[in-house]
Design a binder for this molecule. Structure first.
Ligand code: GLN
Length: 192
């Protein structure tokens, strides 16, 4: 079966582990390079992207993460995870680093204060029925490179994208008791 890691430095790790288990994948929490090596694919959860990237550096995971993504490991980032997979940030913290890999510019905390958190039903390309999308201090995609497919939009901005084996959503499919978006990711891992 497929071993799919969940980056477990910070954020909502448990919900992703549960979704991956329900889909029949073998989820493992990733906190060290040896655990990352064992993964066929990796989920990067929501949480706080600045904290996550700092911890990745401290745990000596940042360079291995960049290398695995560069070598083609499938990865799926939700919310803060989307920020971590972005090549470029707008409104990042000063000097905020990312793993990168996705040819997108992401605007952090894009939806603004008055709508810090909201929910919406979105059409998502590749799924027949809409997804219930939960946004929590969410980013949006400001700009996409030519290889990037926009899978869903909200308020006129991309909130789900795919480029090769990399998938990212501004929202949190792991909290919506709907495993279909994780299912799309498991399919990407299997195809690889
Ligand atoms: N605003 C957070 C950040 O910048 C992301 C929020 C989330 O993951 N729910 O990292």
């Amino acid at each position: 079966s497929l071993t799919i890691g969940v980056l477990a430095l910070q954020g909502d790790v448990r919900e992703h582990v549960a979704a991956l288990s329900r889909l029949g994948a073998q989820p493992i929490a990733v906190r060290r390079p040896s655990e990352l090596e064992a993964c066929d694919g990796l989920v990067i959860p929501g949480g706080e992207s600045t904290t996550m990237v700092k911890l990745a550096r401290i745990f000596e995971l940042l360079e291995p993460l960049r290398q695995r993504v560069k070598d083609g490991m499938p990865a799926f980032g939700t919310c803060a995870g989307m920020i971590l997979l972005a090549d470029r940030l707008v409104d990042g913290a000063p000097g905020q680093e990312t793993i990168g890999g996705l040819d997108i510019t992401v605007r952090r905390n894009a939806f603004g204060r008055q709508v810090d958190s909201f929910e919406d039903d979105l059409a998502l390309s590749g799924l027949e029925q809409s997804v219930h999308a939960v946004f929590i201090r969410a980013p949006w995609v400001e700009d996409t490179g030519p290889g990037v497919e926009v899978l869903a939009t909200a308020a006129g901005h991309p909130v789900a994208v795919r480029q090769g084996s990399l998938l990212a959503t501004s929202f949190h499919p792991e909290v919506a008791s709907d495993d279909r978006v994780h299912g799309l990711f498991v399919d990407l891992v299997r195809a690889r």
